[in-house]
Design a protein. Structure first.
Length: 534
């Protein structure tokens, strides 16, 4: 599935009409395992226009990411409304007819446009029984390291086959909208029957329970002291709870849900005329997270809410490994970089995972390849303390550097930084500085003197990204230097930075630097990377 761009108004072989400069979504298919592809001209584009009320955004409607979602047995497509900072989620049973299910955004960084979205599940800390979904969104410009440049932001949350709901601590703000009507909060000393809810199975005669689950954590936005809990006789408890009927008069229905991840066995359902129009399940977690149903299409219809637990054992699990590789360039200067005949490159492939760092779930990136297999030689140096500049001599143009050091109090005056200078000429007229600012607790790449910087007025800049010291008060930077690039992985990979550089061939020297005082317990490991061509 790909975005078709139409440079002029025309009628297509499918009979569909497109406008000047329109972007729309098309498909191609392969009958030989991907060796060749045929465009689906009799039907393309299969998603012609953005949905209401966004039809005027046909110039910036692009970058479909598709995957199969087994619980609902449908394909899911995530598409960007780039200038509105929105993601649209569609579903399809056959890849040819698509239905809009929900939208997401705008949240957090909204500089430039949102592009190249992706949505996928990852286990937390390697525990396959604890899974969250991650949405990543490309930013151009407006990347987090600064107002100039490309970047990626991510959101951690839950996905039910139709809707992605971010965790409250993954976005700026969250929770139920102002002016909401509370349909049922399960507070007070009343049974489900007394509230008008009809119970079946093991839930007959039961009542809401005190909120002893992780949902009481204020991060989740849990709003009261009681909740529905179907874990009454252990995992063997099964049954349903059906609400009193009501007329839909609001645009959205919002609720908190946790529990098992099975749309057919542990879920909350919205039913109209006996049919299920929405169903949402948990994410194999006791943590309660906000979910939302868009019910604008069902205004004034009579509905009920049904809570089901038909599972008798085990959370279930999802396994997934996610590797990304990114375009190492920037539209701001992509067509003017001083290379010929090639323009830019791709980053090191990175394996993504979720790790709990400082009591928060974070997406981390780790280099995918086994770098030991492509490095040669190497030296390990230990310094009790480094003050000023320490010469490391000539290290080459392609190196793998691991640098660990103790955090320290920033200087009372002036800069307080530590790091390494790479791809430097012997007289330091060319140099790229990679380091850590103790005062702001930020990693930085300084390419103001990195070589040829003449082709764009914004290229010669310093870029920053946040990185707190580890629990043992150390900072670790894993740095990959190549002929025209520097890639930095901070600590466990929760902070990464990538920058192009264009130094001279003889810029092969390196130095350590420490400003504003001494930096202690420095460990430096440098290995040369073998040439791809040999």
């Amino acid at each position: 599935m790909y975005t078709s761009y139409y440079p002029s108004q025309q009628v297509l072989p499918s009979g569909k009409q497109v406008r000047d400069q329109q972007q729309a979504q098309s498909i191609a298919y392969s009958l030989d395992h991907g060796a060749t592809w045929t465009t689906y001209d009799e039907g393309n584009p299969i998603i012609l226009d953005p949905p209401a009320p966004y039809q005027d955004q046909y110039l910036d409607f692009r970058d479909p990411n598709i995957f199969w979602y087994q619980p609902i047995k449908k394909w899911v497509a995530v598409i960007s409304l780039a200038k509105l900072h929105k993601l649209l989620i569609y579903t399809s049973a056959n890849l040819k007819q698509w239905s809009l299910q929900s939208e997401f955004g705008p949240f957090n960084a909204v500089g430039g446009v949102w592009e190249c979205p992706n949505l996928f599940p990852l286990s937390i800390d390697g525990d396959e029984s604890k899974v969250k979904w991650v949405a990543i969104v490309g930013l151009n410009p407006g990347g987090p390291p600064g107002t100039v440049g490309s970047g990626i932001q991510y959101f951690v949350g839950d996905f039910n086959g139709t809707t992605f709901t971010p965790d409250l601590n993954s976005i700026h703000g969250g929770g139920p909208p102002d002016g909401s009507f509370i349909f049922e909060d399960f507070e007070g000393n009343r049974s489900f029957a007394d509230r008008g809810w009809v119970a079946t199975g093991d839930l007959v005669g039961t009542s809401p329970v005190a909120g002893t689950l992780a949902g009481q954590n204020p991060v989740t936005g849990f709003l009261g002291k009681q909740l529905v809990n179907t874990f009454l006789k252990g995992d063997s408890t099964t049954g349903t709870l059906t609400s009193p009927s009501f007329k839909i008069s609001y645009k959205y229905i919002n609720f908190l849900i946790g529990g098992g991840n099975s749309i057919n066995q542990t879920a909350i359902r919205l039913k109209i005329d006996g049919g299920i129009v929405y169903a949402t399940t948990g994410s194999n977690s006791e943590q309660l997270t906000w979910q939302s149903w868009d019910v604008r299409a069902f205004q004034n219809q009579t509905a009920t809410i049904e809570i089901i637990d038909l599972a008798t054992g085990g959370w279930g699990h999802i396994t997934d490994q996610r590797t990304i590789i990114s375009w190492m360039n920037n539209w701001q200067y992509g067509s003017t970089i001083p290379t010929d005949p090639w323009r830019s490159a791709m980053t090191i492939p990175r394996q993504l995972s979720l790790k709990t760092i400082d009591q928060k779930i974070a997406v981390v990136q780790e280099p995918k390849e086994s770098w030991k297999a492509i490095t040669k030689g190497g030296s390990i140096s230990t310094f009790h303390s480094v003050t000023g500049v320490h010469n490391l001599g000539e290290i080459g143009k392609a190196v793998d550097i691991q640098l660990t050091f103790s955090s320290r109090e920033p200087a009372t005056k002036g800069s307080s930084e530590f790091g390494i200078i790479v791809r430097a000429s012997e007289d330091l007229s060319q140099q790229t500085r990679v380091g850590y600012d103790f005062a702001t607790q930020q990693v930085f790449i300084d390419r103001t003197k990195s070589g040829d910087v003449s082709f764009d007025s914004t290229f010669a800049s310093v870029y920053y990204a946040p990185l707190s010291p580890a629990t043992n008060n150390t900072v670790t930077l894993h740095i990959f230097v190549d002929w025209s690039s520097v890639e930095v992985f901070g600590d466990q990979g929760q902070t990464t930075m990538t920058a192009q550089i264009f130094p001279s061939d003889n810029a092969t020297y390196a130095k350590l630097f420490s400003t504003g005082g001494s930096t202690n317990n420095v460990q430096l490991h440098i290995s040369k990377v073998r040439s791809t061509w040999t």
